[in-house]
Design a protein around this ligand. Structure first.
Ligand code: SAM
Ligand code: FES
Length: 347
């Protein structure tokens, strides 16, 4: 039975929700290896042995939201808050450009200080100074007009994990002030405006079942995002989920392989969270179908303050060290960290 589901999946790149659930429930170690080999074959056939590097700039950890799992949620009074100045953000880009990065990812909490006007000024400045670079935003839920202003100013990509494709599960992870419908609407708005869009979810987040994950996989299959961020949930000591178990390496790797098979050309990061739960997590991610890594360009003075979860890695390094470390890690497993905008390739 499972054998026929796996064969169908590899042939057609899609399954029904119940089939995804059966796959997640019953997959054996040998079958995981079949999926892994197929995922790597697909990634290599499209992207070769290239791994795209994105320069991540975590420019503010202020957030108006209160996602229950997140270490920088508004309600965490122990979080030491910071926000970079425009000049500091530009300087991160300068350093990143010198190091060879051609994609900048600007990420933050939903910080009300950064009004549309200020964001447009920042995006326009970076666009003008680095016309050959992709600008990716990851700054949360906004209204469509705002997303359009950012796009017109020169932003190309937007990362907004859908977090979970089951409304009931969404409501266990977020307070009433946030809604599943609005998160999904944002993703659709971004798509309609013309961004390359990134969705995604945490693995083994509190209350998550294989059925929830099956809905996530169906959502990825149908929404067809250009990027998909998947990392293990990791507890943070100042959240209500502090005593929950972290997501496992094994399950995250399985989901990376499955997502690669669903969307062979998807840009799929081996996340910092994966590197946090296992010292070789990002390498293993690549060996299960991931093709993107996101070394940190944030100034080292603020690195240890953007703490979404406990024991986050790479909080003490300079940008150059992060890039060199990642480059060496990829080389050791037979891949090359490339200097490229790294757009989603057509299949
Ligand atoms: N504010 C933006 C947003 O909501 O999309 C971007 C920043 S948010 C911190 C980026 C991602 O971090 C979230 O989409 C979530 O999946 C992930 N994240 C937050 N807390 C986490 C945790 N405890 N473990 C693993 N990932 C977490
Ligand atoms: Fe806003 Fe996590 S609650 S970034």
């Amino acid at each position: 039975m499972l054998n026929s589901i796996i064969n169908k999946f590899i042939d057609t790149h899609k399954l029904g929700v119940e089939e995804y659930e059966t796959l997640l429930n019953d997959v054996t170690n040998e079958e995981k290896e079949v999926l892994r080999v197929e995922a790597v074959r697909l990634a290599t056939s499209i992207y070769g042995k290239d791994i795209y590097a994105r320069g991540l700039i975590e420019f503010s950890n202020y957030c108006k939201n209160d996602c229950y799992y997140c270490g920088i949620r508004n309600g965490n009074k122990n979080a030491e808050r910071y926000r970079l100045t425009k000049e500091q953000i530009y300087s991160c880009c300068d350093i990143g450009y010198e190091l060879g990065f051609r994609t900048f990812v600007l990420q933050s909490g939903e910080d009300l200080y950064f009004t549309d006007e200020i964001m447009v000024e920042i995006i326009s400045h970076i666009r003008k100074k680095f016309p050959d670079c992709a600008i990716t935003l990851s700054i949360g839920e906004k209204e469509k007009e705002t997303y359009k202003k950012y796009f017109d100013a020169g932003a190309n990509r937007y990362l907004l994990r859908h977090e979970t494709a089951n409304k009931t599960h969404y409501e266990k992870l977020h307070p009433e002030t946030m809604s599943y419908e609005h998160r999904m609407k944002c993703l659709q708005d971004l798509r309609d405006i013309g961004y390359q869009v990134g969705a995604g979810f945490m693995v083994e987040s509190p209350y998550q079942t294989n059925k929830d994950l099956a809905y996530d996989l169906k959502f990825i299959e149908e929404f067809k995002p250009e990027m998909c961020g998947i990392g293990p949930f990791i507890p943070h000591k100042d959240t209500i989920y502090k005593n929950e178990k972290a997501g496992t390496l094994e399950k995250t790797l399985l989901l990376l392989s499955i997502v690669r098979i669903i969307r062979p050309n998807v840009l799929l990061p081996a996340t910092t969270a994966l590197g946090t739960i296992n010292p070789l997590g990002r390498e293993k991610g690549v060996e299960h179908g991931a093709n993107v890594v996101m070394p940190n360009l944030s100034p080292s003075s603020v690195r240890n303050k953007y703490l979404l979860y406990d024991n986050k890695i790479c909080t003490g390094d300079e940008a150059a060290e992060c890039k060199d470390c990642m480059s060496a890690r990829m080389k050791r497993i037979g891949y090359t960290l490339v200097i490229d905008r790294g757009d989603c390739k057509k299949m």
